[in-house]
Design a protein around this ligand. Structure first.
Ligand code: FAD
Length: 314
């Protein structure tokens, strides 16, 4: 119920307008979003690198319908790639096709994206196209494949284990030779297209993950679910798949203990670091995944406020 409620809030414009105006919600989001500016994400990438974590930076935004906004988003990615290079850092970047103008037209998308692809190639930066709701799955994969067929190779895509169609999409990406990030999926989907029971989603995740690890190219296992992380490690050990042939990905601010533990065990761990002022739907999705985050964020907020001394010590 709570999950559904937060996912509905993620899509509600009216509630977004009210909540994003409050400093309280903004302060709460800082746990998951290091800041709004390129320099904030660059600082987070540096801190991550200092602790042995790789990063993928995401400028928050989706469903952009104005050409100016889509051009501005592409401009932020160009600034990001430049800043990362100037600082002598390395990162991946995660983008959404609808942020780059897919809803305007395919021609606009291509024109807007090309400078980002060129800059990424020049700086050796890998670009990952996030997966959005099921209304966009086919369009995302088609747009991705069309870039691939035009010779762009420093790119990868995301597939969601909760969708019933995903086995076919895994086959398609393995045949293409493209890198896949596998996650459970974060949108409110109908039972017609998605598994809704967690044990069934986990079973599908494990099957798809094993397939990608055995036959795919450097898959990214994106989850905080320890049963899935254990399944990946055990499968790799059983099949003699080296730790350099896949990586784990986790979200910025989520399970920092697990991030450190995996690095200490010799795995590559990449954190997904979002930034920008469109943090509201992102925050709601994190609350949907774990409603306890709400209590956790309120607690941090109160503890760090002048009234912090009132919070009971544990
Ligand atoms: C790197 C990365 C990229 C992603 N990209 C996409 C994408 O392109 N498209 C898409 O639809 N989804 C994406 N997701 C989100 C994903 O689909 C899930 O919604 C999300 O990861 C939660 O599922 P889970 O497998 O981590 O585990 P869950 O079953 O949600 O959680 C397992 C355990 O992890 C911990 N945990 C999980 N979430 C949180 C949290 N927010 N805060 C604190 N603890 C938590 C809790 O201890 C929980 O018990 C991405 C996730 C990651 C990690």
């Amino acid at each position: 119920m709570l999950r559904k409620g937060f996912l509905e809030l993620a899509g509600s414009d009216g509630v977004r307008r009210i909540l994003t105006g409050t400093p309280v919600t903004r302060a709460m989001s800082q746990r998951f979003v290091p800041g709004e500016r390129v320099e904030d994400v660059v600082a987070a990438i540096r801190t991550a690198a200092d602790s042995g974590l790789a990063a993928t930076a995401n400028y928050l935004g989706e469903a952009v319908r104005s050409p100016d906004d889509a051009r501005a988003a592409a401009g932020v990615y160009l600034d990001l790639l430049q800043a990362v290079e100037d600082e002598g850092l390395q990162t991946h970047a995660s983008l959404k096709f609808t942020q780059m103008g897919q809803d305007i037209s395919d021609a606009f998308l291509e024109e807007n994206l090309t400078p980002v692809l060129e800059r990424a190639r020049a700086t050796g930066t890998f670009l990952r196209f996030d997966m959005e709701s099921s209304a966009y799955t086919t369009r995302t994969l088609d747009a991705f494949e069309s870039l691939w067929n035009r010779g762009w190779r420093e790119i990868g895509v995301v597939l969601q284990a909760y969708l019933k169609r995903t086995a076919g999409d895994v086959r398609r990406m393995i045949d293409l030779g493209a890198r896949v990030r596998l996650c459970k999926g974060a949108y409110a989907e109908s039972p017609d297209v998605a598994y809704t029971e967690m044990p069934r989603i986990r079973r599908n995740f494990v099957e798809l993950m094993e397939w990608l690890m055995a036959d795919g190219v450097y898959p990214a296992i994106a989850t905080h679910d320890e049963s899935l992380i254990s399944a990946a490690r055990e499968f790799a050990d059983r099949r003699g798949i080296g730790r350099d042939r896949f990586e784990f990905q986790l979200l910025y601010g989520v399970r920092r203990d697990l991030q450190v533990q995996l690095i200490e065990e010799g795995y590559t761990v990449r954190v997904y670091v979002p930034f920008g002022d469109q943090w509201y739907p992102y925050l709601m999705r994190r609350l949907a995944e774990r409603p306890e985050n709400l209590a956790f964020m309120v607690e941090s907020l109160v503890k760090e406020s002048p009234l912090g001394f009132l919070w009971p010590r544990r």
